[in-house]
Design a protein around this ligand. Structure first.
Ligand code: PAF
Length: 285
């Protein structure tokens, strides 16, 4: 696997792949890779001739007081995992390579409408940071397709919307969340959890499953169900930011919505965890 740190070098490497007529799949990451990321690489490998990953802990998507400084940076271990997974090229730029003008960069990409709620409500500017860096990475790599985990449901919705509305000719592919055996969605932030918090953390997914089961069993007071589940999580030591049952367009659920997505974000032991579960339901008449 080639590892490049500059935009010029990555473009030169990709020129060769393009000249050979190879299709290119791209997996953007912030590193500290786990099997969820490797699943993205495996899927990319299955779908394209040439696989590019990026590792960049993007400063513009972290707010003040968030974990940018402490975010785990494990480039050597990550490179070894990517090479094992037969990734062809790793792009690992520095912050100055990506943002030569630093925070004074004048151009940003914002997606309105779906970024004001959920994670966007408590992480101001987060999705503008994500949309901006993903646009830059797309322009650098110019892949045919890009793969993202469905664990970051709102992020995926933002990127799909951005790609569609800005006519970016890249297929955006969502890949199902990879979970530990006890149901906890894999995340680089799970590593922050104490042993005790780690045993509690799967309650988030279990709660989403319980809400789903109650809705499928015909419980129609969604607000009461969500409120009870949220109160229970808080009593168990979580600090719930949101727990909602929305349509797949990330709008409050209407009786006619067929697909439901339950989404949760909560702090446990100071660590912010997110998860979601989507399912089909019969529309209420
Ligand atoms: O999901 C992530 O790891 C990041 O938000 C992404 C998409 C790599 C942008 O920095």
């Amino acid at each position: 696997m080639k590892v490049e740190h500059t935009i010029a070098a990555v473009r030169a490497a990709l020129k060769q792949a393009r000249q050979k007529g190879q299709s290119i799949a791209f997996v953007p990451t912030m590193g500290n890779l786990h099997s969820g990321h490797i699943q993205l690489i495996n899927e990319a490998r299955r779908r394209a001739d040439y696989v590019v990953a990026s590792i960049f802990v993007n400063p513009t998507q972290f707010g003040a007081g968030e974990d940018f400084d402490n975010y785990p940076r494990t480039l050597d271990a990550d490179s070894a995992q990517l090479a094992d997974a037969k990734c062809d090229l790793l792009f690992a730029p520095s912050a100055t390579e990506m943002y030569p003008d630093g925070r004074s960069q004048l151009t940003t990409v914002s997606v309105a409408g779906i970024t004001e709620t959920l994670c966007g409500a408590s992480r101001h500017g987060h999705f503008t940071g994500v949309a901006t860096v993903v646009t830059k990475l797309f322009n650098i790599i110019q892949p045919d397709m890009a793969l993202f985990g469905e664990k970051d449901y709102q992020q995926l919705a933002v990127i799909r919307c951005m790609a569609k509305e800005l006519c970016i000719p890249i297929e955006i592919i969502g890949i199902p969340t990879v979970r530990a055996e006890d149901g906890l969605a894999l995340s680089s932030r799970n590593g922050y959890l104490s042993a005790e918090a780690r045993t509690k953390a799967p309650m988030l997914y279990n709660t989403l499953c319980q809400v789903r089961d109650a809705l499928l069993a015909g419980q129609d007071d969604v607000d009461m169900l969500i409120q009870a589940a949220s109160t229970h999580l808080n009593k168990c030591g979580f600090e719930v930011d949101y727990l909602v049952a929305y349509s797949d367009k990330l709008q409050p659920l209407q009786a006619e919505d067929d697909v439901v997505v339950t989404l949760v974000a909560a702090k446990l032991d100071g660590t912010r965890l997110i998860d979601n579960l989507s399912f089909q339901r019969k529309a209420a008449k």
